[in-house]
Structure formats: structure tokens, C-alpha cells
Ligand binder design. Structure first.
Ligand code: GDP
Ligand code: ZN
Length: 310
């Protein structure tokens, strides 16, 4: 009897599937699956809902993927090898959580904005988690509040957490509950500690994919999804460079800034880049404070294609 499962992991030739009974199975793909409208180097990705069956002709019992259910969405980047094709990173992603820290390590707002732009381009909502609140000095509290106000106003919910002092863990659990969440943030911000303490896991480590990635070679990296609870998953992905941000046309970057996108028709020139043109509505809003300087600086840096250090 064919069953429906969720793809947790892919190596390119084998797929780890979670069965309806909660069992992890190794499956493979027999023949080719045609997927409408998307040319990708990998046919199946983490997050896919698939129909699988036990192959009766197999020498041992072997699990074969027969079909993929329609994807709600997917995250892709250009394939390194075949530039006309896409490489699927994950599918059916409900949301992203970006874990940031004011210190140890410091997360720059430029990094946050790049991540937000990437998620906007995939239409994935983002919650920002400010972890290590126990380390906040008075200055850090003030800074953090101002930053959270800014992002909340743009439509990105913010949560303050501390694993050490058990602050905000229920709030984060509520955000994650019954969803497939892409989790991101610099190494050392506390992603693994947060997940392990909320779901009483012991040794789940998030971020190993990114850190092990690409030491001089064009290795293909795949995301991995962890099953935490009933219908609750986190997706550990490669770094944001692999999130496809660099596939966005320069001219379209402003579409992914919520505070800019509704104003774009109000610039004097329809092809305004919002960098130096006269009659630019975006720059007017920066000058009168409706668009913050830090967000505009992130826009400029992305537009100029500066290699961002993070
Ligand atoms: P990851 O790389 O993002 O998964 O980060 P880890 O979960 O491995 O945490 C990195 C370090 O930060 C570890 O030494 C944790 O104990 C520490 N850490 C995590 N959360 C907190 C927190 O809320 N407060 C403090 N002070 N340290 C934390
Ligand atoms: Zn403009």
C-alpha cells in the first residue's frame, strides 16, 4: 500500500523519509519524476511530501518514491554546475526564524537585512529571535529595544530569549509549533541550545551543514530537516549565500524592502535606483526619517553588490 511521507534529508541518491508512524526510512527514486515548470538539478528536496511504496521486486525490502505532492513553496538557488537550472534547498517552508545576538557573537544589521531580503524574495515570513538576553548590558537593552521596534514596524515579529534564564522559550515554542521553520543565524548564537531546551532534545546540532560547507570546493550542500514534535520541524540550511540572494536582480532589491515597495511608483523616474536620482521618494523618506538609515545603508550595500563580511 502506498503511503505518504515527509522528506527529512537528501544525499542526492538516497532520501530519508519520515513515515506516518514516525519511522525513518531510506528511500530511493525509481526512474524520473517530471515536475512541472521547474528545471532543477535535484528532483526531490527536504520538506517534500512524497508517496512511497515498498518495492516488491527489490532483492531486499526497498522503499521507492513514486510521486511528489504539489509544493506550497520552495527555496532555490542557481545550480553551481548548470546555471540555467535551479538547485532546490527546501520546500513547503512555513516560515523562517533568524537567531541574532547583540554580543558573543555580534550580529550586524546588514546581515539581518540580507536574510530578510532573501526570505522576502521567497515570500517566507520571518521572526527575529534576540537570544542571550542574560548577557545584555543596559546599553544593549536599549539598543535591542530600538532595533526590535524598527523590525516590528516593518512586519517582522521579534522575541527576546535566554536559554540560561529560560526567558521567552514558550514564545518561541508557540512560533515553531506545527510548522516547518527554516532556522538560521551565525554559528554560536544559540540555535541548537534553544531547540534542545525547548524540545528536550539532547544533542541536536544546528549549523553543521553551513560550517562544514565549501572549503575551497564546489560541493553540493543539502539542507536537513529535524522532526521535533507533531508536525513541528526545523530546517537547517546552508548559509544565506546559498539562499539565492545573489540571484535577485539589482533593480528588484527594493521590492523586498517592505517600507520601499509601496513607494516605488512615487519616484520621478520609473527606473529609479534610489541611489542618486533627483525626485526619489525613497531618499525623501530616508531624509524625513520614515525609512531608517540602517535599512537604507543595507539597501545601498546590496545594490552596490559589496561583498558583505559576516
Ligand atoms: P549554535 O551554533 O547557534 O547552534 O549555538 P549553540 O547552541 O551551540 O550555542 C553556542 C554557545 O552559546 C554555547 O556555549 C551555549 O551554551 C551558549 N548559549 C546559548 N544560548 C545562550 C543564552 O541564552 N545565554 C548565554 N549566556 N549563552 C548561551
Ligand atoms: Zn527612487
Amino acid at each position: 500500500m502506498p503511503k505518504q511521507g515527509t522528506v527529512l534529508k537528501s544525499t542526492g541518491s538516497w532520501y530519508e523519509i519520515l513515515s506516518p508512524e514516525g519511522e525513518k526510512l531510506n528511500a530511493r527514486l525509481r526512474g524520473k519524476l517530471k515536475i512541472k515548470g521547474l528545471k532543477s538539478t535535484n528532483p526531490i528536496t527536504v520538506g517534500d511530501e512524497v508517496i512511497y511504496d515498498i518495492d516488491p521486486l527489490g532483492e531486499e525490502e526497498s522503499v521507492v518514491i513514486k510521486d511528489i505532492l504539489a509544493r506550497k513553496n520552495y527555496i532555490v538557488r542557481k545550480s553551481i554546475k548548470k546555471s540555467a537550472q535551479a538547485h532546490l534547498i527546501a520546500s513547503n517552508v512555513d516560515q523562517a526564524v533568524l537567531v541574532v545576538t547583540v554580543s558573543q557573537p555580534t550580529t550586524s544589521l546588514g546581515f539581518v537585512d540580507r536574510f530578510l531580503v532573501a526570505c522576502e524574495s521567497f515570500r517566507i515570513p520571518v521572526t527575529l529571535v534576540f537570544n542571550k538576553a542574560d548577557l545584555f548590558t543596559e546599553g544593549a537593552i536599549e539598543y535591542c529595544e530600538a532595533v526590535m521596534d524598527m523590525y516590528e514596524e516593518l512586519g517582522y515579529p521579534c522575541i527576546v530569549t535566554s536559554v540560561l534564564e529560560k526567558i521567552g522559550l514558550d514564545d518561541l515554542k508557540n512560533v515553531l509549533d506545527k510548522k516547518k521553520t527554516l532556522i538560521a543565524g551565525h554559528s554560536g548564537t544559540g540555535k541548537s541550545s534553544l531547540i534542545n531546551s525547548i524540545y528536550s532534545q539532547k544533542d541536536l546540532k544546528i549549523g553543521e551543514i553551513s560550517s562544514a560547507h565549501n572549503k575551497g570546493k564546489h560541493t553540493t550542500t543539502f539542507a536537513e530537516m529535524f522532526h521535533l514534535d507533531d508536525n513541528t520541524y526545523v530546517i537547517d540550511s546552508p548559509g544565506i549565500k546559498e539562499l539565492g540572494l545573489f540571484d535577485i536582480e539589482k533593480e528588484n532589491i527594493s521590492h523586498y524592502f517592505p517600507e520601499m515597495r509601496n513607494e516605488l511608483n512615487n519616484c520621478k523616474f520609473h527606473n529609479c535606483t534610489h541611489m542618486h536620482e533627483p525626485g526619489c521618494k525613497v531618499k525623501e523618506l530616508v531624509e524625513n526619517g520614515e525609512i531608517t538609515h540602517t535599512r537604507y545603508a543595507s539597501y545601498q550595500s546590496m545594490f552596490e553588490g559589496e561583498d558583505y563580511k559576516y
